[in-house]
Design a protein around this ligand. Structure first.
Ligand SMILES: [Mg+2]
Length: 227
């Protein structure tokens, strides 16, 4: 069994540290220009796509080299920002649930996220979670869209454990309709948690297999995962 965690709005909240650090990076790379996220959807989306939309909106280079420079600058800005003031907090029940899955013989877990690998791990670490407990990961750089990421994690499961995991034994835990979509597109289950910006009704309408207000009922969530 494999549990794949979204980061923002699911494992943790950061007071938008990522968005602030992205804006700082853009200002560092393009002094004198002003930037905003107005009109750009970030929830549930992959960071490289967000950069390309920002680049198009503000008429700055959006090619691979420019993106690589942005990625590195954003990573350093987020690292410095969180070192100066850690605004990242794990959400209710998350720490306990991650530990329980880690200790469980039948479960592996990892991150399936729109974050870049270094910024994703920065957030997870600043939330007080142990990054070594996430072994099967798929990050924003590993696919063009979120739908591409579950197959990456399923391949990694086989590489890490030496066993195959069928998609129906994979649960994606996320806070947006895009998490539900990427799960069902790949034959996986989706546990949706309404701790992001999407209310329970919207997650239910998206077809989530289970919707919870938060993850504080750890025993109840574990029972559902095991069923
Ligand atoms: Mg999210």
């Amino acid at each position: 069994m494999l549990a794949l965690w979204d980061i923002d709005g699911t494992l943790l909240k950061s007071e938008h540290a990522g968005i602030h650090a992205m804006l700082e990076a853009l200002h560092e790379l393009h002094p004198g220009r002003s930037f905003s996220f107005d009109g750009i959807e970030v929830s549930g989306r992959l960071d490289p796509l967000i950069y390309r939309e920002l680049a198009a909106k503000h008429a700055i280079p959006g090619d691979d080299d420019a993106h690589a420079t942005f990625r590195a600058t954003y990573t350093e800005r987020l690292r410095a920002r969180l070192a100066a003031r850690n605004t990242v907090r794990a959400l209710a029940g998350v720490g306990e649930l991650v530990r329980a899955l880690h200790d469980h013989a039948h479960w592996e877990q990892g991150l399936l996220t729109g974050n870049y690998e270094p910024t994703g791990f920065l957030k997870v670490t600043h939330a007080g979670l142990d990054p070594s407990q996430f072994r099967i990961n798929a990050f924003a750089d590993h696919g063009a869209t979120r739908r591409d990421l579950p197959p990456v994690a399923i391949r990694r499961y086989r590489d890490v454990t030496g066993r195959a995991v069928p998609p129906e034994r994979v649960v994606i835990i996320g806070d947006t309709p895009l998490d539900v979509d990427c799960a069902h597109h790949n034959g996986c289950r989706c546990l949706a948690v309404a701790t992001g910006i999407h209310p329970p009704d919207e997650l239910r309408a998206a077809g989530a297999d289970l919707v919870v207000d938060d993850l504080s009922d750890v025993a109840g969530v574990l029972r559902w995962l095991e069923a």
